[in-house]
Design a protein around this ligand. Structure first.
Ligand code: ASP
Ligand code: MG
Length: 447
């Protein structure tokens, strides 16, 4: 069997749902288990309605509920009955005046509960033998509401029981992603974007041949195509490489969510539901040999560098600990670090506590802050075997001022910071150099 997951944009309206259904229908011989996200924007809408209700702005909450009801009933008239219950819940929230994580999960669950019913109905009307499975009967999690973790053993046996006979009988199984329930039957969710996680868990539980994540991009690219018009699509990428890229906001998917599948050596494909003939990007456990030094150039903007200098650091110990404790106390994560004998530079992308952090750091030494820098990262499994990476990278951007460098901690990335205004030029030059020729086994033109 295979798992096919369709994201919010692949089920955002009747046309998108139809074309996703056709994509499934063309793959019936592979025994698809379909997992769908909520209709694009529905989860945000539901949670927004809940927040309004809990703040006693019931009117605003109901306007959102009306809009959602219209969208869903247009696709499936019987969805109306669920909105009766949803409105009762919203009223209850207004009366209680609070919106706990547990209730947030309950409200959000309407998104995938309904989208999966809609999708199954649509498949049936296309003449496909299909069965709808309620995720809350199969996906069993702990009770960390808002970001629950699946209990693999129970989930596996429940999924086998609920789906395997149908798959064997040639029936398509349709289930909502993201939502689940505790052993006691209380609704939970796997965290925002959690449908990918549902797909990975399902694939791992049922030993899928592969997992297909259908979304609205062609796959992972060698660079952001808005910056580099001739960016290539990466045909195959390792889990580690994909994880490095994810931090940089390659919004395709967060690889951690597909780890349960990758660990079992089940290949995960990222595919474009708007271009179903494309071959997408395959994520695998190990990287395949590649003639190019790197697979992709990623960039994260809006990075702040904090530098602390103090002669007290000279030959002293315990200084770094004191320094990091400051960040720890303010729940701020540090991404890159560079040290010299008397100074330490670190980068942050969350600056919500910056003021307080700087105040405390001043007790340790002089503090300097530079904002609006961009972190550029070359990602590729080959970096670890290859000398001369730095010379090549910096050679192609010789005119650009490098503010900070990190290399060695991870074998597969080489990162450095530049001024934000230099970022696009740097990316273009690096791309022109590193991808002047590409290994046809690993890269191809997108689309
Ligand atoms: N619908 C959920 C969200 O928007 C889960 C998902 O789409 O993966 O976060
Ligand atoms: Mg998603």
């Amino acid at each position: 069997m295979i798992v096919m997951k369709f994201g919010g944009t692949s089920v955002e309206d009747a046309a998108a749902i139809d074309s996703s259904c056709h994509i499934v229908r063309e793959r019936l011989s592979r025994k698809p288990f379909v997992i769908v996200s909520a209709l694009g924007g529905a989860t945000n809408g539901l949670l927004e309605a809940g927040s309004f209700a809990a703040r006693s702005e019931l009117g605003k909450a109901m306007v959102i509920a009306d809009r959602l009801e219209y969208r869903h009933t247009e696709l499936l008239p019987s969805a109306a009955e669920h909105f009766v219950r949803l409105r009762e819940l919203l009223k209850a929230l207004a009366a209680i005046g609070e919106f706990s994580p547990r209730t947030q999960d309950l409200i959000a669950s309407y998104g995938e509960m309904l989208s999966s019913l809609i999708f199954a109905d649509r498949m049936k009307r296309l003449g496909v033998d299909v069965i709808h499975v309620d995720a809350r009967q199969c996906m069993v999690t702990d009770d960390r509401f808002g970001k629950a973790s699946p209990l693999m053993d129970v989930t596996t046996s429940r999924l086998e029981e609920a789906a395997q006979p149908h798959l064997n009988a040639g029936r398509v199984v349709v289930m909502g992603g993201y939502i689940a329930s505790t052993l006691a039957g209380v609704t939970t969710t796997l965290g925002r974007g959690g449908s990918d996680y549902s797909a990975a868990v399902t694939g791992a539980a049922l030993n899928a041949e592969e997992i297909q994540i259908w979304t609205d991009v062609d796959g992972m690219m060698t660079a952001d195509p808005r910056i580099v018009s001739k960016a290539w699509k990466v045909k195959e990428i390792s889990f580690d490489e994909a994880s490095e890229l994810a931090y940089f906001g390659a919004k395709v998917l967060h690889p951690l969510t597909v780890l349960p599948a990758v660990e079992k050596n089940i290949p995960v494909y990222i595919l474009n539901s708007r271009k179903p003939k494309g071959t997408g990007t395959k994520i695998t456990l190990e990287a395949r040999p590649c003639k190019n030094l790197i697979k992709s150039i990623a960039c994260k903007r809006g990075i702040t560098i904090v530098t602390v200098s103090s002669s007290r650091m000279l030959m002293a110990h315990g200084f770094l600990r004191a320094l990091f404790e400051v960040f720890d106390r303010h729940h701020t994560s540090v991404d890159m670090v560079a040290t010299s004998e008397v100074s330490v530079s670190l980068t942050l992308d969350d600056v919500s506590s910056l003021k307080a952090i700087v105040q405390e750091l001043k007790q340790l030494g002089d503090v300097e802050v530079s904002s609006q820098t961009a972190l550029i990262c070359l990602v590729g499994n080959n970096l670890k075997y290859t000398p001369g990476v730095a010379r090549r990278a910096f050679g192609s951007i010789a005119d650009i001022n490098i503010l900070m460098v990190s290399h060695g901690a991870s074998n597969i990335n080489f990162s450095f910071l530049v001024d934000e205004k230099d970022a696009n030029t740097a990316i273009k030059n690096l791309h022109a150099d590193f991808f002047s020729e590409v290994d046809p086994e690993v890269f191809e033109t997108a689309g």
